[in-house]
Design a protein around this ligand. Structure first.
Ligand code: DC
Length: 222
């Protein structure tokens, strides 16, 4: 019997970096489900397909295989038809395409088993938008991690600057708000706190405090 921690919340709340550290401390596997939606979005972009519900997206899914694996540092690698695309799915454009394509019910259904199988075979901290509500409704721990849009945009801005990208804070803030709106207003599996989840707001917490908080919530529950 494996333990699952469902970690949901809006873009830029720090889920991935916090969850990675917490997973290491607890010896769990960290699963970043956003990378799966980003990969489908990237596949659509490669084929020149719009991220909207259409027969073209159906045909794309029919010929697409997505796999998750881990490198020797324990970092997640996403494979698109056998090829590592981890380096191509982190741009602001890929974020927006992922947000749009993730609203398509067939895309969500396509990725469901892959996510559930990870939790059947490992102790996981799974990061996403609908993990506690849809993917793993029986997860032992459910956390909704959030922060103000401004705090999230500021963090994302710094992260992208550090990667050497040419970015503008106001554009990032408006992207954060647009993605929040898309993610929480879609008909299928919208972003919302799962019933019985613990809500953790990191607006006023630094990284170490956020990690500590998440670990203590997990330890108190399992
Ligand atoms: O976590 P992220 O920013 O990498 O996610 C990219 C997009 O994928 C996000 O805008 C919403 C979508 N997503 C989703 O709908 N469900 C998930 N479980 C994870 C991500």
């Amino acid at each position: 019997m494996y333990t699952a921690v469902a970690l949901d919340g809006p873009a830029g709340a720090g889920k991935s970096s916090i969850a990675k550290r917490a997973a290491k401390a607890l010896d769990f596997i960290y699963v970043d489900t956003g990378a799966l939606y980003r990969t489908i979005g990237y596949a659509a972009t490669l084929d020149g397909i719009e991220p909207v519900d259409s027969p073209e997206v159906d045909a794309l899914l029919a010929k697409t295989k997505v796999d998750l694996t881990f490198n020797d540092k324990g970092e997640q690698i996403v494979l698109l038809n056998g090829e590592d695309v981890s380096g191509f799915i982190r741009t602001p454009e890929a974020s927006m395409t992922a947000s749009k394509i993730s609203a398509i019910p067939k895309v969500r259904a396509f990725l469901l088993d892959l996510q559930r199988n990870m939790a059947k075979t490992h102790n996981v901290i799974m990061d996403g938008r609908d993990i506690g509500t849809v993917v793993l409704p029986d997860a032992q721990v459910k956390i909704f991690l959030t922060a103000s849009p401004e705090a999230r945009a500021q963090r994302r801005y710094k992260e992208l600057l550090e990667k050497g990208m040419d970015v503008n804070y106001e554009d990032i803030l408006s992207d954060v708000k647009e993605r929040d709106y898309n993610d929480s207003h879609r008909a299928t599996a919208p972003l919302k706190p799962a019933e019985g989840c613990v809500i953790v707001d990191t607006t006023e917490l630094d990284f170490e405090q956020s990690v500590e908080k998440i670990i203590s919530v997990i330890k108190e529950t399992i």
